[in-house]
Design a protein around this ligand. Sequence first.
Ligand SMILES: Cc1ncc(COP(=O)(O)O)c(C=O)c1O
Length: 336
Amino acid sequence: MVLHCLPRLNLGNWPTPLLYAHHLSSVLNCPIFFKRDDMTGLGAGGNKVRKLEFQLAEAKRLGATHVITTGAIQSNHAHLTAAAARRVGMQPVLALAGTLEQDARGNLLLDMLMGAEIHEVAPDPELPPLLTMNRVMDGLADDIRAKGGVPYIVPEGGTDVIGSVGYVLAVEELTEQLKGISEAPIDHPLLVAATGTCGTHAGLLAGIVHYGVDLRVIGVSISGNTRIKEEKTKQVAVETLRLLGNERNIPDDLVVIEDKHIGPRYGEMTEEARFAIQLVARTEGLILDPVYTGKAMAALIDMAKRGELQHYSPIIFCMTGGLPLTFFHGNSLLVE
Ligand SMILES: Cc1ncc(COP(=O)(O)O)c(C=O)c1O
């Protein structure tokens, strides 16, 4: 399938800006740009909008009335899926893992504001968490069908082959923008992006191979097992290429995952992430989040201090969103 022939809805603002981080670059002694995918323009913004443009186009093609997805209670993905569903006139249905707080804040507040139908899902000690959530989503889809509706399920994190095409296009967009920069030489550019369910990283890799561009990606893991993530990233990237009619492979050495900044567990703040968030706020006036971009920036800072970024120019930090999490974590971001 030719990429530009795939059904796509226009849900965001493109291209997202590529911003030179003048002060941060001088603090870290390497040229850093921010790819502002927090400015995708839907809901509170973020990377999932690129995926949802393709997924909800498919939902529309299939005549969907309801969009179901899953995530943690404070999932950025769930919030953006709810926002996208509303934009195309579908009912958002969210299966959220954990316990709903009495006082809704952060993404949950936004989910409620959008009138999403929210189902709180307790962990099943007999089943892996994702299987539990997938079963709940299947049950919700059956209920919708029984009432005459047409459900469309967007998988956890919006990671599937259709969604990853959004990040193939991001590579094309970024490549064009890099041609116009004057602040740094283009000599082995490097992208640094937080990786959770791996779809963003996979789409970027597929894009790099599809367009044959000189660009490397480091995915900074924020959860889970690195080997499983590497395999999933490669698999989704290869399948994305196949969808585009491209038979090329993804070489193993292209799949790079940095996993030293996960911290104790998913969603738990680290001291390094707090420092990174404060540094970016105080040098560039930009807001990173404590769960994804804060940890990815902590990894970038660490690599810069170790001199590991010297062979790359520029360093492009993929600012993937997560603003509502800042308000959820509140004062804990301020501890010095
Ligand atoms: C702000 C933010 N950054 C990065 C990611 C990671 O994207 P992916 O799940 O495609 O790896 C997410 C996923 O939820 C996110 O919300």
